[in-house]
Write a protein that binds this ligand. Structure first.
Ligand code: ADP
Ligand code: MG
Length: 365
């Protein structure tokens, strides 16, 4: 029932805009933290701002929340110009990286805080605080103090507090940054679930590409205060618009200049994802091993080269190989550990590599 309702809601609202930034710039003195950013987040969307530290993500979020004023540009929430509207009059709440819970208040008081400020009467306040705590699976924790909770539980209290008066938009700044890996992965699933069941628009900031790829409907990749690419995770991963995006979202083999001509067989800048490269014994070469790179790509075919394994890293579910090619070019290859590997897949072994020509795709540099 709730499922159908949510789907209906997101289904009908994808064309409506929850957050819009138009040519937004923010300078701190001589530092341009945000540089003429245009961005549209649709209603009911899980949208992530992904970028390295210092790229301007937090500043973007604070501009949407109203904690910062833009140097130039315009900010809209649900179609209304809120550029000059103070934070408490914007229909958006923030979950801060450090949770910012009140240590002297109980969990319930923390969660009910926004309602207290707004003068909601006590019975309703408590009912809605309990409801919010149920939403984040913290029934029975109402009377504890933040100090009596684990990191993951504190994170949930912060979420409940932000959700209690059902904002149109939830702003989350690296909300899982303080959690260990196992808990972070668990909370990724929970956050996504929470977003789907509440239908609230989530705008999340992260430097963690796994997090962005796992949870988001769409991602904006941010670099130096600018948006390099916006799109669904699959698109950003499979078809990065720039070399920076290709390198930042997932690992990749970037081949430019001479290396591109040698390895890919034509000039330009190319990205080959490590998991797209197959390893074979050089004794049993794949269909078309060209001795010299052809000037033109083989249409629809595979490309094959030979190299020597210089490094092997076992990383849990997969193994990462570094392979040196004859002219000093290097390729990273990722194989799942359940795949059968050729005999020669050992350190210093000569190995054959092959990939589909379409997996070496051009990226603007
Ligand atoms: P991110 O969240 O992606 O790590 P930030 O938005 O925090 O990036 O910062 C972007 C840039 O703006 C950085 O160069 C940072 O030093 C600068 N910056 C952020 N906030 C301030 C501030 N209040 N005063 C001066 N510089 C700031
Ligand atoms: Mg930040």
């Amino acid at each position: 029932m709730a499922e159908t309702e949510t789907r209906a809601r997101t289904g009908t609202t994808t064309t409506r805009t929850a957050v819009r930034l138009e040519a937004v710039t923010k300078d701190f003195g001589t530092v341009r933290a945000v540089d003429a950013v245009d961005l549209t987040v649709r209603e009911g969307e899980f949208f992530s701002l992904l970028g390295p530290s210092g790229s301007g993500k937090t500043t973007l979020l604070r501009l949407v929340a109203g904690f910062e004023q833009p140097t130039a540009g315009r900010i809209e929430l649900a179609g209304d110009d809120v550029t000059a509207t103070p934070p408490n009059r914007r229909d958006a709440h923030t979950v801060f990286q450090d949770y910012a819970l009140f240590p002297h208040m109980s969990v319930e008081q923390n969660v009910a805080y926004a309602l207290t400020v707004r003068g909601v009467r006590k019975a309703e306040r408590l009912a809605r605080a309990r409801e919010a705590l149920t939403t984040v699976r913290l029934d029975g924790f109402a009377d504890r103090r933040p100090a009596e909770l684990s990191g993951g539980q504190r994170q949930r209290v912060a979420l409940a507090r932000a959700l209690v008066d059902r904002p149109a938009v939830l702003l989350l700044d690296e909300p899982l940054g303080a959690l260990d890996l196992a808990l972070r992965q668990e909370m990724q699933t929970e956050l996504k679930e929470l977003q789907r069941t509440t239908g609230i628009t989530f705008l999340l900031v992260t430097h963690d590409q796994d997090e962005a790829l796992t949870m988001s409907d769409r991602i904006a990749v941010v670099r130096d205060g600018r948006v390099e690419q916006t799109g669904p995770p699959v698109e950003v991963y499979e078809r990065p618009a720039t070399a920076f995006v290709a390198g930042f979202v997932g690992t990749t083999n970037l081949l430019r200049g001479e290396a591109a001509v040698r390895v890919v067989g034509r000039p330009g800048t190319f990205s080959i994802r490590p998991e797209r490269i197959l390893l074979t014994d050089p004794a049993e070469p794949p269909a078309e091993p060209p001795a010299e790179p052809p000037a033109e790509p083989l249409p629809g075919g595979r490309r094959a080269v030979t190299g020597r394994i210089t490094d092997i890293v076992h990383a849990g579910a997969h193994t990462r190989f570094t392979i040196a090619l004859p002219h000093g070019d290097r390729l990273t290859v990722l194989r799942q550990n359940l795949d059968g590997l050729p005999q020669s897949a050992r350190l210093d072994g000569e190995i054959g590599l092959s990939w589909d020509e379409k997996d070496a795709f051009p990226v603007p540099s």
